[in-house]
Design a protein around this ligand. Structure first.
Ligand SMILES: Cc1cc2nc3c(=O)[nH]c(=O)nc-3n(C[C@H](O)[C@H](O)[C@H](O)COP(=O)(O)OP(=O)(O)OC[C@H]3O[C@@H](n4cnc5c(N)ncnc54)[C@H](O)[C@@H]3O)c2cc1C
Length: 156
């Protein structure tokens, strides 16, 4: 089990996994424990993203930068008292990473749609270890695919 604490460390891990052709799985909040999804047996490497846990409201106060390893309750608490919130999980301890990659059904979905509809940009470590930003202007096809596409995208 590897617990990187920065995107740069995730890049290093992906480069090693590529060289060794190792099987691997990725975990954010760990709500999907199926082997090969959010966990893996002794034959592979589990990349646990729980240390990618930053919560940084942006200067425009209209968006927030959140690490995938956070759970939604932490994000809601961080915004408490600001008069703003985010569209995340209805269950507080679901992880940010898995929910957003799967679409994400928030409490106010009938009014605002899926949680992923409101993601303005992603930082993505590709399979070859390079990191890209995907938003509506750069790598826009990846930005589109990640909105509910699961963890199948981000190959180099
Ligand atoms: C009790 C419970 C309540 C729930 N409530 C809601 C709800 O209200 N709304 C809703 O929409 N969903 C809900 N879900 C479903 C939940 O959103 C999914 O199970 C989601 O995948 C959990 O994300 P996670 O990060 O906790 O899980 P994980 O097991 O860590 O990840 C789930 C999948 O996404 C992949 N993944 C996670 N992070 C990354 C990443 N950074 N990069 C690449 N792949 C990644 C993992 O490999 C795994 O395949 C609930 C689930 C449970 C068990």
């Amino acid at each position: 089990v590897i617990k990187p604490s920065s995107a740069a460390q995730v890049q290093q891990v992906m480069k090693i996994i590529r060289v060794t052709s190792s099987k691997f799985a990725i975990r954010s909040g760990g709500h999907n424990p199926n082997c090969g999804w959010g966990s893996i047996g002794s034959e592979g490497v589990l990349i646990d993203l729980s240390r990618l846990d930053h919560i940084q409201p942006r200067l425009d106060a209209l968006s927030i930068n959140v690490g995938p390893g956070r759970r939604w309750i932490d994000v809601y608490k961080a915004l408490d008292g600001t008069g703003r919130t985010v569209l995340g999980g209805r269950t507080p301890d679901v992880g940010v990473g898995g929910l957003l990659l799967g679409g994400g059904i928030p409490s106010f979905s009938s009014e605002f749609g899926f949680a992923c509809d409101h993601v303005s940009s992603y930082e993505v470590v590709l399979a070859n270890g390079t990191m890209v930003k995907a938003d509506k202007n750069v790598h826009e096809d990846l930005w589109w695919a990640l909105k509910g596409g699961g963890s199948n995208f981000g190959r180099s």
